[in-house]
Write a protein that binds this ligand. Sequence first.
Ligand code: SF4
Length: 340
Amino acid sequence: MPQVQTRERQLEYTDEVAEATEHIWPKVEGSIPRFEWEMKAPLIAEINRLKEERDAVILGHNYQVPEIFHGVSDFTGDSLGLAQQARDADAEYIVFCGVHFMAETAAIVNPDRTVLIPDLEAGCSLSESITVEEVRDLKAKYPDAPVVCYMNTPADIKAESDICCTSANAKAVVESLGSDRVIFLPDQYLAENVASQTDVEIVTTDGKCIVHEQFTADQIRAYRKQYPGIEVVAHPECSPEVCEEADFVGSTSGMIGHLDEAESDRVIMVTECSMSDNVQEAHPDLELVKPCTLCPHMKKITLEKTLKSLQEIQHRVEVPPEIREPALESVERMLDVGRS
Ligand code: SF4
């Protein structure tokens, strides 16, 4: 019988665990081998039990592994959807199975709850690519340009900005400002992709997502050759050359929504690999070709760390009031714009 040792006790795949998790197995059986499942199921059952005991909700990003996405998350989605869920959460604890800037955003929009992240090292290459000093320098250089910051930024950058955006609403946010020129931070590719769809002049920096920057237009052409008729769906954090090769470009939620209207029964989602695993169950008739590019930050979050987070109420994510208040204004302005 598979056994997992946790800090407090040994967890086993018992009949009780099997019964508590049997509704989850059909959602993950395409991506988790049975023997692995019997190691993971006791952790899932224990997390779900403890979640109720502690009055906690788990928010799981689309790039989380299937056992977290389907197994323990109460709400799943992209950074915008999860920010909205965090704002409305009334549980005592919000456990964020995502990366640090997302947990910070939860703490910004819902300061009355305790926000936890299972691993403080779950960062983001975009979030780490910009400093407050750089934002201030740009503001001094372009005093008439409002600052739009991508959600993938730390709280102090949000506090320096006029409004946030996500890939789901970047163009709408840029155009909502009524300015001929905006500073758009810190994702160069997203900025260039937005610039190609609007008349607003975009000033940007050179941040990149370490997952999406890996894709190339040559790779996309090679996929098309290998899988004739394949539909290519790409995330706008990819380079403009990759986006030009794609049949559809959209945010994580936009890409998922597009699967309902896919014109081919074979689709490649040019984004983080786990997303294909997580949406496969809802689209059994589609063959999802996976470019196996994983986000090392998202993958720092595991079932074991999520359980420990609930057991020991760690790691708390807090934002000091002098940063939280201006950051909240930026996030709220974005939530008012909604999705494009
Ligand atoms: S996938 Fe890219 S943008 Fe998303 S958390 Fe990882 S590094 Fe950051």
